[in-house]
Design a protein around this ligand. Structure first.
Ligand code: ARG
Ligand code: ZN
Length: 887
């Protein structure tokens, strides 16, 4: 452990910057050994800060070596500046001056992948949130916005493509014969949106004509062997540009929009002004190498980064506590876009499942924080599901409260009022409120209060008056640093059904309708529905109108009715999910007690109906058949018995498979697609149900099913079907319990064949690593250790680390090994990566943060590993997560 530990910074301490930087001129002399960065910063004291003689303090990093600093072109003598804890401090300055800094950096040794680094044979950058300070000394905070001019000097034979933000304004040669390219970005921006790329890249060009008839050049750059995999991203980009004009009235502003794919990247992608940089796993797509879910992900991320051009770049964040201002809003925008491109219900189910599984778990754990956090040690740790996904739910609730038209007026006002500014979540809310007249003062608490509210609903029907009453109570449990909670403004969308499942119109507050948004604002409230003749079945929280845990004691019959008849597609899924959760919860209890497992035949009947209803969207049927995940059931459980959850899920699947095997066989055949691969909603839906049916059919023990899986693996013409067949086989309970997992099993044989076929496609190899690492068998830990020695593995590449260790985290038999060796192994990897790549190391800690909820024997072993990590000399990133987990 270190002598002194890193300290937190607080939102309440925010002050405007003492200095501003009107213009930033950067010169990069790029070289494999050392890169020299020269900055000329046109600075002045900030009038908003007030009269001051405060010294100038610039942010830097331990990897930045200062060569020289000059003020108005006079070199500063050593006594006029000093470097302390990564800061460059200049004692006295004029009110207005030009500061020149020359720094030396070594991008080739930058393993943190923050700032300027090398990926394959190119140079690239990642500056959000605080990466720019690893390039040169700067006021590295989002409320300092500056006009950037960037000169790149490099050897053209190795770096023919040299890119930065904005427009290329000049190209020439230096005296030494190197090539020099100058880029100018006319839009003032914070340093986190700066980007630079240099390399030997191929490009795909296209054009988009905006609503005001301006032609925008679109360019996607990749290494030459990948350029045949960008067509889908290009089409997705054009769809995004059109959609943002139509849905939000937002037009693109520069003459060129560029995207670059890089293999080594900590996150998904980055919205740098005019020059987005993507993890290649979120951009490249081809039918042979890419699965359906990745196609959808590529489209969503291309859209997300593009949408940031307005929600993030034109209007940015004042400070990093406001991160959700751009991320929550932009996730909401990309979710709506994907819903418009495909099936809105399917999209909503997928997003809500993810939220309820992962964000709810975060909100119930030691890292729980408000959507607008009030303090942090390391901002990189706050690119969270809470800031992104719960942040998007907040914006969605505003949309529900205002209605589509007023929401659009609020968004127009927000962009109009704050164009070119760095603002806060309060500014966003104020624009929404001012444009709509809707009072959002209580609603605002969603930004500052952590934790998932529980809403408990009970009901009563008064026969005589035909009045139905819903009583709702809300409560939010304490979270770290927030012991007491206030009631939130929760929009609860409700409809009523009669016994046959028909929608009922009822009157609430004088308004008759079959769908009402109730405003739950007190800790307990009663809502009255009048004009009814018999007791209705309530369809509560339609569309998941608020990110809460809703409790209502539905009978199995109610759930079956909602599942088959509710007009709200989301709630049909939700009812089916609840039925399965109820069944699994009782199976888990039986498994914990060591009883023989048994299920209710009613459930099998419900699934049979589902499989025989041709009117249903096949994608929805597949989603229901997927059963609540291990992770979701873990979120619901307390304490968590991982092996019991696994056993319960496997048992239920096997029972359904055995009872309905002929239905699954039929459904498999019915949903086969003729013709070439297409990533359309319809085809994706058929493939998902077909492959889901196949996985059940195989579980029934059928020989023919086994042959069918192998044939599909061998003859599929697209990665979705091939990889589905492989994973179905590898994960199959029945097949593997017979074969036992020896090196010579058929599953091992298929995995080997798959690697053999795809070893030259890194993104496919990543899928192989993930599947191999997630296997359920007694060798799981040994397997993952072997994988980390495999030539395809590379500790420097975040995608590979995520594949192997992320996959391993899913293997109950590997990760949750009774002797704690799975936890120990993960802790070893965290310690190994702690200094090399703090962001990745910190993310790997997530499964360990759940220790308090685990069954006692495992909990103690997991906690011991966290303590072992804490004893190391830690990066801020890892320190924050581990120390908060143990607090
Ligand atoms: N702004 C990016 C996005 O969501 C994410 C960048 C996160 N980077 C980081 N180092 N935490 O689109
Ligand atoms: Zn984003």
């Amino acid at each position: 452990m270190k002598e002194s530990q890193p300290s937190a910074i607080y939102l309440k301490d925010y002050k405007v910057p003492p200095f501003l930087i009107d213009k930033t001129e950067l010169t990069f002399d790029l070289d494999e050994a050392t890169t020299i960065v020269t900055s000329r910063l046109h600075m002045r004291r900030n009038p908003a800060f007030g009269k001051s003689t405060a010294p100038l303090i610039l942010d830097g990093g331990e990897d930045v070596k200062l060569i020289g600093v000059a003020m108005d072109d006079y070199p500063l003598p050593a006594e006029e500046y000093r470097i302390s804890e990564d800061k460059l401090i200049i004692t006295a300055t004029a009110d207005e001056f030009i500061l020149t800094c020359e720094t030396l950096i070594e991008p080739q040794n930058n393993t943190r992948l923050e700032g300027l680094y090398r990926s394959s044979s190119m140079f690239c950058t990642q500056c959000e949130a605080e990466g720019f300070r690893h390039i040169t000394y700067y006021l590295d905070r989002p409320d300092v916005m500056s006009v950037f001019t960037t000169t790149i000097i490099a050897d053209e034979s190795r770096y023919p493509v040299m890119l930065s933000n904005g427009n290329e304004v000049e190209r020439g040669k230096t005296d030494e014969g190197k090539t020099l390219v100058v880029w100018h970005d006319p839009f003032p921006k914070p340093a986190y949106l700066f980007a630079l790329v240099a390399g030997d890249l191929a490009v795909k060009n296209d054009v988009f004509t905006t609503q005001s008839q301006r032609d925008i050049t679109l360019q996607i750059f990749t290494e030459s062997h990948n350029i045949d995999k960008v067509d889908y991203a290009m089409e997705a980009l054009k769809r995004s540009m059109r959609w943002d004009e139509e849905a939000y009235g937002r037009e693109y502003d520069l003459d060129v929009f560029m995207i670059v794919a890089v293999d080594d990247f900590n996150m998904g992608a980055m919205e740098n002004k005019g020059l987005n940089i993507f993890n290649s796993s979120c951009l490249l797509a081809s039918p042979e190498t890419t699965t359906d879910d990745t196609y959808l992900r590529v489209e969503a991320i291309v859209a997300h980064e593009y949408f940031h051009n307005w929600s993030g770049n034109r209007v940015t964040c004042r400070d990093w506590f406001q991160l959700s201002l751009k991320e929550g809003f932009t996730v909401f925008r990309d979710q709506t876009f994907s819903a418009d491109m495909h099936s809105a219900t399917v999209k909503r189910v997928e997003d809500v499942s993810f939220l309820k599984t992962a964000q709810f778990a975060e909100d119930a754990g030691p890292m729980a924080h408000p959507v607008r956090p009030s303090s942090f040690i390391e901002i990189s740790n706050f690119y969270t599901l809470t800031v992104y996904e719960k942040g998007a739910e907040i914006v969605r609730m505003i949309h529900t409260l205002l209605g589509a038209e007023k929401f659009r007026a609020g968004s127009d006002l927000y962009f109009d009022r704050h164009d070119g500014q760095a603002v806060t979540c309060d500014d966003f809310l104020a624009a929404m409120q001012d444009a709509s007249g809707v009072d959002l003062s209580q609603f605002k608490r969603w930004y500052s209060q952590a934790g998932t509210p529980v809403v408990i609903v009970t009901d009563a029907f008064d026969e005589e008056s035909g009045t139905y009453r819903l009583t709702m109570k809300q409560d939010t449990a304490a979270t770290p640093a927030q012991p007491t909670k206030l009631p939130l403004h929760i929009p609860v969308r409700v409809g009523l059904l009669d016994e046959q499942g028909a929608a009922l119109s009822a009157t609430v507050n004088g308004i008759a309708a079959d769908d009402h948004v109730l405003h739950l604002t007190d800790s307990e409230q009663v809502f009255e529905f009048t004009g009814l003749t018999s007791r209705p079945v309530p369809s509560l929280l339609r569309g998941f109108s608020a990110p809460v845990k809703l409790r209502y004691d539905y009978s199995a019959a109610d759930l079956l009715l909602l599942m088959s008849a509710d007009s709200d597609g989301f709630n049909r899924w939700s009812a089916a999910q609840q039925l399965a959760v109820n069944e699994l919860t009782s199976l888990i209890d039986q498994a914990i007690k060591g009883d023989d497992l048994s299920i209710d035949s009613q459930l099998i009947h419900g699934y049979k109906t589902l499989l025989n209803d041709a009117s249903l969207d096949p994608a929805m049927v597949a989603l229901i058949l997927a059963l609540p995940s291990q992770a979701y059931l873990s979120e619901l459980a307390n304490p968590i018995y991982p092996a019991a959850i696994k056993q319960a899920r496997q048992y239920l699947k096997t029972q359904l498979a055995g009872a309905l095997s002929t239905d699954f066989e039929r459904v498999y055949h019915e949903h086969k697609i003729q013709g070439a691969y297409q990533a359309t909603a319809q085809d994706i839906a058929h493939r998902s149900l077909k492959n889901m049916a196949l996985s059940y059919w195989l579980e029934s023990g059928s020989e023919l099913a086994q042959q069918t899986v192998i044939t599909q693996f061998e003859s599929a013409d697209n990665m979705t079907d091939q990889f589905a067949a492989l994973s179905i086989y590898v994960n199959s309970i029945s097949v593997n319990s017979i074969a036992v997992n020896t090196q010579h099993s058929k599953a091992a044989e298929l995995l080997a064949a798959f690697y053999e076929q795809w070893q030259s496609e890194p993104l496919v190899v990543n899928k192989w690593l993930m599947l191999s690492a997630s296997q359920e068998n007694d060798n799981a830990l040994a397997t993952v250790k072997t994988l980390m020695e495999h030539p395809a593995f590379d500790l420097k590449n975040p995608n590979k680390v995520r594949s192997v260790l992320g996959g391993f985290g899913q293997s109950v038999s590997g990760f949750h090994k009774a002797d704690g060796s799975g936890y120990q192994f993960l802790a070893d990897q965290i310690i190994l990566l702690n200094k090399r790549n703090p962001q990745i190391a910190s993310r790997l800690c997530t499964p360990l943060t759940r220790w308090k909820k685990l069954q006692p024997e495992l909990s103690a072993k997991m906690k011991a590993e966290l303590e072992r990590i804490l004893a190391e000399d830690l990066s801020k990133d890892v320190y924050e997560v581990v120390s908060k987990s143990l607090a």
